[in-house]
Design a binder for this molecule. Structure first.
Ligand code: ATP
Length: 150
């Protein structure tokens, strides 16, 4: 008889980091898994760290960019298998909106294949996962709200 998979929970945190460009707004994405998948920078929350602190650290490490948190965007969740399908992971990822402060995409983590600025609409197209596209759409309307308030 095959045993049912064990269930494990993981919580990560990440962000949409943005800056103004001549044509509008640019956001940073990272390319992972051998250059096949464009995603938002994110990672597991460390012990003694809260979700905003983890988002700042992960965005900095993975994209090479330092930002300042403006707001929470929302969270996503998904399932995946590890340990030759013996463990099923339920993952939750919290996402924050970050305004770019300093740094270069050249300084991305070595575990990331590339880090690059994209115009925000192109980023929505490029992101691999539906749930991250949805986070980016929400970030876009939050950023538009910020500019109209100024
Ligand atoms: P973290 O960056 O949080 O440390 P990780 O790089 O270890 O995480 P994930 O990015 O969560 O791992 O990827 C684990 C599995 O989940 C992979 O098979 C990946 O393709 C899939 N995955 C990642 N993000 C999503 C998503 N938004 N929706 C569905 N599946 C996803």
């Amino acid at each position: 008889m095959t045993r049912p998979p064990e269930i494990k929970k993981q919580v990560s945190s990440g962000g949409v980091i943005f800056r103004s460009s001549e044509d509008g707004v640019d956001v940073a994405l990272i390319e992972v898994r051998g250059g096949k998948t464009w995603c938002l920078p994110k990672g597991l929350i460390d012990k003694n760290e809260d979700p905003p602190a983890a988002a700042l650290r992960e965005v900095r490490e993975e994209s090479g960019l330092k930002g300042k948190i403006l707001d929470k965007i929302g969270h996503i969740s998904y399932w995946y298998f590890i340990d030759k399908n013996r463990t099923k992971v339920h993952k939750t990822v919290h996402f924050f909106l970050l305004k770019y402060v300093e740094g270069s995409t050249d300084d991305h983590d070595h575990e990331v294949d590339e880090s690059r600025w994209f115009p925000i609409d192109e980023a929505i197209e490029t992101l691999a996962y539906k749930s991250e596209k949805e986070i980016m759409r929400k970030a876009k309307s939050m950023i538009e709200g910020l500019s109209s308030a100024q």
